[in-house]
Design a protein around this ligand. Sequence first.
Ligand SMILES: [Ca+2]
Ligand SMILES: [Ca+2]
Ligand SMILES: [Ca+2]
Length: 176
Amino acid sequence: MKPLRKTIVALVPLSFLIGPLAADLAPQPQVIFSKGLQGTFAADWQGVAGRTYFIQWSQDLVSWNYAPFIDFGDGMHSRGIESSTPKGFFRLHYGEFEGINSLDDAMNADFDADGLSNIFEVTYGYDPFQATSTIDGPDASLDPDGDGMTNTTENVMALNPMVKDNPKVLLQVTEE
Ligand SMILES: [Ca+2]
Ligand SMILES: [Ca+2]
Ligand SMILES: [Ca+2]
């Protein structure tokens, strides 16, 4: 019989507040993190009406990344998180924001006003609360796939900024 995986995962059920109304917020029920099969984890928590939720993960408790989804509102929220690393920390990041009344609002909003929607940022590894969240420069002006279209353009055109899917490049004609 094979020994159990030596993977050690520290689950940090931290919750913390963001947003201007933090002082007046209702208590946030604790997140239940549980270990699933094959390096997956489940996060379950009771939502509070009007609240926007993110999950962050970290390998060192210093640098935090956003999981690629956003949740909103009351009811039970359940998310499976895949982890390819031997050790990970997770925490819930939430807040209540003016004008955010639905999941669509939360996904389409641009909390850091950098020109990229929240859902675009968390999907592609940027921080929705920082305009410059990597050492490479402002999130909006980066072009990680090198197709000549900045993240702003990829976001507006609903393209994948990590794949060279720029139709202009595909149809490029060289004049002689
Ligand atoms: Ca943004
Ligand atoms: Ca950003
Ligand atoms: Ca690009």
